[in-house]
Ligand binder design. Structure first.
Ligand SMILES: [Zn+2]
Length: 291
C-alpha cells in the first residue's frame, strides 16, 4: 500500500511557475503552499477536488504571496488547520497588505482580495502527524523572504525515504527573487539547510519553483547568489542602488550565468535591494575596523 502520493500543481509563467504540492494519504490531502493568482488557485482547488478526498491541512513555507495567497480560497473558515512557523505567520501578517497594494495594480482581478493567515503556529522543530505522515517544520529566519522555513515529510511507519519541501530557499531552473535583500543571511541558511538535509538522509527535494531534484540544488543556488552579489558589488561601487545602465549590465551578466532560464525580470527587480544590503555590510565592517 502506498501511504503517500505527491501531486503537483504548477502555475504558468504569469504565476511565476510556483508549485503547490498535494500530499495524498489514504484518508485525505495535505497541501504545501497555495499559489499566487486567482485562476491558478481555482485550478489548484479543482486538482484537490478531483482527488475526492478531504483537505486535512495546509502548510505555508514562507512569507511570500505566491505561497500564501491561495489559503483563503482553500480554507474559508477554520475548518482545517493552516500551519506555518510563528515567524512565517508574523511576517505574512506584516507583508500581506503591502504586497496587495504593490501588485494588485499589476495583476488586477487575478490578485486575491483577501488574505487568510495561518491559524496554527508551529515552534521550530515541531512535529505534526497527519494520517500517518510525520511533518517537521524548521524555522530558518531571513533568507529568500523575511521569514523562511522548510518541511521534512516522513511517510507512515518510516516506510519510504523522507522528502524535503524547501520553499524558495533554492529555485530550480528559474532566476530567483532577491528583492527582500537578505542574500547574506540566505547564503548562511543554505549552508545550514544542506547540513540538516544530509543528517536527515534526504535525497529528494521539492522546491517552490521548478522540478523535484536532489540537495545539490542548494549548492547551485549558493553559486548563483555569490555571483549575483559580486556583480552587483562591482556595478554599484558602494552605492545603495544601481543605475538603469548598471541594471541592464547585471541582467546580461546573470543571463549568461544561467542561460535559457525564465523569470529574467527578477534579476533587475532585486538589484537595488542587494546593492543596499552590500552597502550596509560594507558600512558595518568599516565601523568594526575603526572601533
Ligand atoms: Zn515563490
Amino acid at each position: 500500500m502506498v501511504d503517500l502520493t505527491i501531486h503537483t500543481y504548477t502555475a504558468a509563467e504569469s504565476g511565476l511557475f510556483v508549485n503547490s504540492y498535494l500530499l495524498e494519504t489514504p484518508a485525505g490531502v495535505v497541501v504545501v503552499d497555495t499559489n499566487l493568482l486567482v485562476s491558478d488557485i481555482a485550478a489548484l482547488k479543482a486538482r484537490l477536488a478531483a482527488l475526492h478526498k478531504p483537505l486535512l491541512g495546509a502548510f505555508i513555507t514562507h512569507a511570500h504571496p505566491d505561497h500564501f495567497n491561495g489559503a483563503l480560497q482553500l480554507v474559508r473558515d477554520r475548518e482545517v488547520p493552516v500551519y506555518s512557523t510563528s515567524a512565517v505567520a508574523r511576517a505574512i501578517r506584516e507583508v500581506a497588505d503591502a504586497k496587495r497594494a504593490q501588485w494588485s495594480p499589476v495583476y488586477g482581478a487575478e490578485w486575491p482580495t483577501g488574505t487568510y493567515y495561518p491559524n496554527t503556529e508551529l515552534r521550530d522543530g515541531q512535529q505534526v502527524t497527519i494520517d500517518g505522515l510525520t511533518i517537521t517544520t524548521s524555522e530558518l529566519g531571513q533568507g529568500e523572504s523575511h521569514a523562511d522555513s522548510y518541511l521534512l515529510v516522513q511517510p507512515a511507519g518510516g516506510a519510504g525515504e523522507p522528502v524535503a519541501f524547501t520553499g524558495d530557499l533554492a529555485f530550480h531552473r528559474t532566476h530567483p527573487y532577491t528583492a527582500d535583500g537578505h542574500t547574506g543571511a540566505w547564503l548562511a541558511t543554505l549552508d545550514r539547510l544542506a547540513k540538516e538535509l544530509e543528517l536527515s538522509g534526504v535525497r529528494r527535494l521539492l522546491p517552490g519553483h521548478g522540478a523535484p531534484t536532489g540537495p545539490g540544488l542548494l549548492a547551485d543556488q549558493r553559486r548563483y547568489l555569490l555571483f549575483y552579489r559580486e556583480v552587483v558589488r562591482r556595478l554599484a561601487e558602494g552605492a545603495p542602488k544601481l543605475s538603469d545602465a548598471a541594471k541592464t549590465d547585471l541582467e546580461a551578466t546573470m543571463g549568461r550565468f544561467l542561460p535559457d532560464t525564465p523569470l529574467t525580470w527578477m534579476i533587475g527587480l532585486g538589484a537595488d535591494a542587494v546593492a543596499a544590503e552590500l552597502a550596509a555590510e560594507a558600512d558595518r565592517s568599516s565601523t568594526e575596523r575603526e572601533s
